[in-house]
Design a protein around this ligand. Sequence first.
Ligand SMILES: Nc1ncnc2c1ncn2[C@@H]1O[C@H](COP(=O)(O)OP(=O)(O)OP(=O)(O)O)[C@@H](O)[C@H]1O
Ligand SMILES: [Mg+2]
Length: 411
Amino acid sequence: MARVLHIEDDPVNRLLVRKLLTAAGHEVIDAESGLEGIRLAEAERPDAVLVDINIPDLDGYEVTLRLRGMPSMQGKPIVAITAEGNRETSLAMGADGLIQKPIDAKGFVALVDKYLAGHSERSERDSDSAEILRAHSQKIVGRLEQTVSELSQANQKLEANARLRQMFLQNLSHEFATPMTPVVGYLRLLLDQEAGPLTPLQRKCLESIHTSTQKLRSLIDTLLDVSHLETGRLHLYERDYDFADVVQRAIAETAPRFKQAGISVVCEDVPVELPARGDPDKLRRAMVHILDNAAKFTPRGSEVAVGVRSVNGSDHAEMRYQIIVADSGPGISPEEEQRILEPFYQVDGSRTRVHGGVGLGLAYARHVAEALGGGIEVHSPPQTSVAGRNLPGTAILLSVRARPARRESAP
Ligand SMILES: Nc1ncnc2c1ncn2[C@@H]1O[C@H](COP(=O)(O)OP(=O)(O)OP(=O)(O)O)[C@@H](O)[C@H]1O
Ligand SMILES: [Mg+2]
């Protein structure tokens, strides 16, 4: 009876080899990748190794080379099992032979036994120079193995971190959202004087609390939405709406911020009706984030220009509506144009620190635009004039798919 290490990623083949060899009284140790095979060869010291050529991380040739260099594998058979692998290469790497795939169940055990009994196709052709070459290659594969192993560990850590970040975001936004509900509810009750009349000072205090809570609430909503978007659980409503109307509402909502920042907003004439289908509330919030950035990064006394366009594709199904917000801010470097669309990314420097924010606005806007069949583009400086202005800063273009024209139903 022999202990045979079988390195193979395909579960069907693993099962077949296991069945055939155990029926003949051998013990089988399974490995699913090159690195695992090398580790098990070191730990288990098998009597023979069967290795598939096409396996994850290190391939069968590299594994053979590495195993052949191990003192514990001296004189032990290593056999490649492969459909398309090259016999000469396998032998040059130190294999004793090659068993052809698909495995012939009848003759398989006899073949393995032959190798276990000492048969080798390699010994006949091995020369000194081949031995030197092999020793040298073994060193290289040893280093390769180390690097691949480190990379795969680092990758596992990164994946675990990404999962943790997602969970953290999800938990955090839920934990924040829960206590907000009674805060907002009672504040409303107090402001409506349902708990008794308010003095002017009390009203002023409560209104100030109300403004801050709204900001906090909007941040929590964004956190919740981004967390849902990342896990694919953001629910977008499906209803008919007017893109032009959503633009008007987003502009109206942000008007006080521009006024406070001393920035004038110039708008192109918005078309009367731009029929679309999707979630107008989330779209409005996406636009507010973009307008908000323009207000944040544009210096006092300068301009922001807003335009609305219909972009025609080759047929009606490809028609898009677009809002363009051009500003007079500091602009964005080409390397950062894509990165600012990632969650939490903020361009370094005092600009961001002065203005605050968490770096979610554009990530949210991008996700929503994509979910509505469009996307976000960043142009810095703007490539077109908007509302007759050629502003020097950045233009953010958000587009969504237009509602396809309904077919007239037959009378
Ligand atoms: N119009 C703009 N001009 C210059 N830089 C911009 C502009 N818009 C976005 N940025 C850069 O992109 C970063 C990410 O923007 P984003 O809106 O996602 O986050 P934020 O504004 O920092 O925070 P939040 O929107 O969550 O309050 C900003 O921090 C800023 O560095
Ligand atoms: Mg922002």
